[in-house]
Write a protein that binds this ligand. Structure first.
Ligand SMILES: *Cc1c(COP(=O)(O)O)cnc(C)c1O
Length: 378
């Protein structure tokens, strides 16, 4: 009776395999018509005007900062409690990431935690919809406007999450998304930037493609030779048409995947309710998470520490994960001395992510919860 329960599993079927094969058979494998279609369909799905496909969310965040002209001497406020790429993107442009603390219930930045570290060198904020949990979009967007700061939304995990009745991409100045297999939909690797402003979209298309004023696809489609110009020093952050072909199929699955994730999450919440000291993630008052990560906070009443819970689960074939990392505790940021980050440190030390995916059965779930019930030692 050896179970093997994954924490996450991408939902990939024959449709994705065929779509990738069709792209290959078409002879056009680099950024082309499938990328263009994926951009339009994704932007529509997340409530934004324009999509610009990129090679990852990380490169998308980098371009968002380049777009805003952020550079050396500038400070960008980020949560330490995030995948390290959020903070790293600030260093790519030579600016300084400033770590702000987060809210205990959502794991996200708030107006207060941002305000506490804001200085006259602050130029931008990267706020994360952490693990799919939307931050308070109305509050943060209004505050950023009031302060005159650019607000870049790291929506890596948040495809399908909503705030105030709309997808989190709606009404955002700029958002970056990830299609890494650990997220709800995947293209292997890959990302997207979404914006409403058409001029920003044009510049971002140029920035991801060597600064060219016409794309390779446009040049190819033209009957006349087109001489491109390189308007600025830029990057190769393109997505391939093979990835986009997979992405188009995945996007069609998104509503169904989220409905299923929300059902499994609701059942976890029910089953965990009577275990003292375990606090499962839940929707905030203003929106809905896609439950990309089902995070559980362990309070002292539970009686068993997080790392022991993780090893017990692993010993019985259950792959769980520590909660979200804290970037300021990693060697890469050893040279940074942030202000106090008590909630960040608490969440990263005492939380874990439980398995949740489309092949995770009720029987698997009962098994996982059974172990957690056994480990409760009040
Ligand atoms: C996964 C993730 C990223 C990085 O996404 P990639 O597409 O792998 O570059 C960035 N930010 C957050 C919050 C993430 O969870």
């Amino acid at each position: 009776m050896t179970r093997k329960i994954q924490v996450m599993l991408p939902m990939l079927g024959e449709e994705e395999a065929n779509a990738a094969a069709d792209a290959i058979r078409s002879g056009w494998v680099a950024q082309g018509p499938r990328v263009a279609r994926f951009e339009t369909e994704f932007a529509t799905a997340v409530g934004a005007g324009h999509g610009i496909a990129v090679s990852s969310c990380t490169t998308g965040l980098h371009l968002a900062l380049v777009l805003h002209g952020i550079g050396p001497g500038d400070e960008v406020i980020v949560p330490s409690l995030s995948f390290i790429a959020t903070a790293n993107s600030v260093r790519y442009v030579g600016a300084t990431p400033i770590f702000a603390d987060v809210d205990l219930a959502t794991g996200n930045l708030t107006v207060e935690t941002i305000d506490a570290v804001r200085t006259d060198r602050t130029r931008a904020i990267i706020a994360v919809h952490q693990g799919g949990m939307p931050f308070d979009t109305a509050a943060l967007r209004k505050a950023a406007d009031g302060w005159g700061l650019a607000l870049v939304e790291d929506a890596a995990c948040a495809a399908g999450s909503t705030a105030y009745g709309q997808p989190v991409g709606a009404g955002a100045a700029i958002s970056a998304w990830s299609f890494h297999p650990r997220k709800v939909i995947t293209t292997g690797e890959g990302g997207m930037i979404t914006v409403d402003d058409p001029e920003a979209a044009t510049r971002l298309r140029r920035l991801r493609e060597h600064g060219m004023n016409v794309s390779a696809a446009e040049r190819h489609a033209s009957k006349q030779p087109v001489l491109e110009a390189y308007l600025e020093t830029a990057y190769n952050y393109r997505m391939t048409d093979i990835q986009a072909a997979v992405g188009i199929v995945q996007l069609g699955r998104l509503p169904g995947l989220i409905a299923q994730r929300r059902e499994i999450a609701a059942r976890y919440q029910e089953l965990l309710a009577d275990i003292d000291g375990l606090v499962p993630v839940n929707d905030p008052a203003y929106g809905q998470t896609n439950y990309q990560s089902f995070i559980v906070l362990i309070n002292p009443e539970y009686g068993t520490g997080r790392d022991e819970v993780l090893s017990e689960l692993a010993a019985r074939g259950v792959s769980a994960r520590r909660g979200i990392m804290a970037s300021h505790l990693e060697p890469a940021y050893a040279d940074v001395t942030p202000g106090p980050l008590p909630v960040t440190e608490r969440l990263t030390r005492d939380s874990l992510i439980l398995p949740l995916h489309h092949e995770f059965t009720e029987d698997d779930q009962d098994y996982v919860v059974g172990i957690l019930r056994e480990l409760a030692r009040p």
